[in-house]
Structure formats: structure tokens, C-alpha cells
Design a protein around this ligand. Structure first.
Ligand code: URA
Length: 237
């Protein structure tokens, strides 16, 4: 590979600016000063700029999966249950970002990018996640307001949530709930706190990223724009 392209791919600068660095003698290949015509073997050669080694940025993979229920959100399961990794057929090592319960379905991100994964899942990130929950029975306006304002779960009040009733009949209520925390079994516990039992739970979006029409059990790669959006959501520049 041409040296200026290699340097640009490593994120040093534009190809033209890299030519300048080469011409100024700032670049060495295997310890020897490089010239404008130098080629590099990216697997073998050691390239330095002003004495600092540069390497090609690792390519990361980002995808969304429509997790069906009946799958655990781990890479392997000691009980031998199916895992979300059984649904993803790519060579790169990707890991689930956060988790959905065994019986929850919906939008699950997977990535090889540990920085993004940590940024989206650390408690202070407050990334909005929207769920559709079908619960038994009916909820009073007071219950809905309690869910909105915060209920006590595991000894700690939940942060304000956006809650609306999507549908209801005599036996069931379908709610749309957006929370900005990611506590263990949070939606189920919030609903338990107002006396309701979750019968069905699906995550439909993370921030503005929506599951859309992706079929259950299928995955797709995120676009560059979606990746940039998630990085901004996680506070990564
Ligand atoms: N809340 C839950 O109770 N379960 C999930 O899987 C996700 C959010």
C-alpha cells in the first residue's frame, strides 16, 4: 500500500498532509526515513511519525438484532439455552450492548466496539430506551402517574419516565414506556410496583434508533449515520 494512503487510513492526516510529513522527513518505515514513493506492507512494516508508531485503526462492527423471546443475551449460557449469538452469523467478534431478559424481545445492539458499548450502558449515560409492555388488568391514572414520576424498586426511586397508554380493554393494557436507566428487570419491577404483571415486553427503540420493520430473529448492520448518532448519544466525539 502507498505510504500516504496507509498514514491516512491510520488517521494521521489527509493524504496530502501525509505527503508533507513524509517530505519533511517525519516518517520512518522500519527505522529508515521514508520518501514519497515508499510502499508499505501493512502486515509487516513498522511505521513511525515523529518517532511514534502508527497502526491501522481496527474496523468495528455494529448491528441491530430483533431478539426473539427464548434467547439469553449472553455469549454462552451455562444452562445450554439458546443465546443471541446463535442468531448472528458473522466472523467478527461482536458482543451484546446491555441486555434484554430471556422472555423480552426487540431491539438489541451488538458491537465489537467496547468504547461505544460502555458509553451506552454506563448508568450516567441516561440513554432513552422505549418499550411496549402488555400488562394484565387495567391501570388507574394514579398508577400511570406514579410510573411517570418514579416508583421504588430495589430500595431506589426510578427516574422520571415517559408513559402512555397505547391500548386497553377489560383484561389488558398496552403501555409505551421510555426509561433512561437500565436497571435489572426495570420495566417488570416498575409495573410490579403498581400491582401489574407484564405479559409481553418488547424494546422498540434506543434513542431515535428504531427497530422498524426488522423481522424477529433477523439482524442488520447499522449505517455510518446510525453509528455516529449512537456515538453522540453516548457522548463520544
Ligand atoms: N425491563 C425489563 O423488565 N426487562 C427487560 O428485558 C428490559 C427492560
Amino acid at each position: 500500500m502507498r505510504l500516504n494512503k496507509y498514514l491516512a487510513d491510520c488517521g494521521v492526516a489527509s493524504r496530502r498532509a501525509c505527503d508533507k510529513l513524509i517530505a519533511e522527513g517525519a516518517v520512518r518505515v522500519n527505522g529508515k526515513p521514508a520518501t514519497l514513493g515508499t510502499d508499505v506492507n501493512e502486515a509487516k512494516d513498522s511505521v513511525t511519525v515523529n518517532g511514534r508508531r502508527v497502526t491501522l485503526a481496527k474496523k468495528h462492527y455494529y448491528l441491530m438484532l430483533h431478539k426473539p423471546k427464548g434467547y439469553v443475551t449472553t455469549v454462552s449460557d451455562e444452562l445450554g439455552r439458546k443465546t443471541v449469538m446463535d442468531l448472528v452469523n458473522i466472523k467478527a467478534r461482536v458482543y451484546p450492548v446491555g441486555r434484554l431478559d430471556y422472555d423480552t424481545e426487540g431491539l438489541l445492539l451488538l458491537t465489537s466496539d467496547g468504547q461505544l458499548s460502555n458509553a451506552l450502558t454506563r448508568p450516567s449515560s441516561e440513554v432513552p430506551k422505549t418499550y411496549i409492555a402488555r400488562v394484565s388488568g387495567q391501570l388507574s391514572d394514579a398508577d400511570i402517574n406514579r410510573l411517570r414520576n418514579g416508583v421504588m424498586i430495589d430500595g431506589k426511586q426510578t427516574l422520571p419516565a415517559i408513559v402512555s397508554v397505547a391500548e386497553k380493554d377489560a383484561h389488558h393494557t398496552r403501555l409505551q414506556i421510555t426509561i433512561t436507566e437500565g436497571r435489572n428487570r426495570q420495566i417488570k419491577k416498575m409495573l410490579e410496583a403498581v400491582g401489574s404483571e407484564v405479559e409481553f415486553l418488547k424494546r422498540v427503540s434506543i434513542g431515535d434508533l428504531r427497530l422498524g420493520g426488522l423481522s424477529r430473529g433477523k439482524y442488520r448492520f447499522l449505517t455510518d449515520r446510525e453509528v455516529q448518532y449512537l456515538k453522540s448519544l453516548g457522548g463520544i466525539k
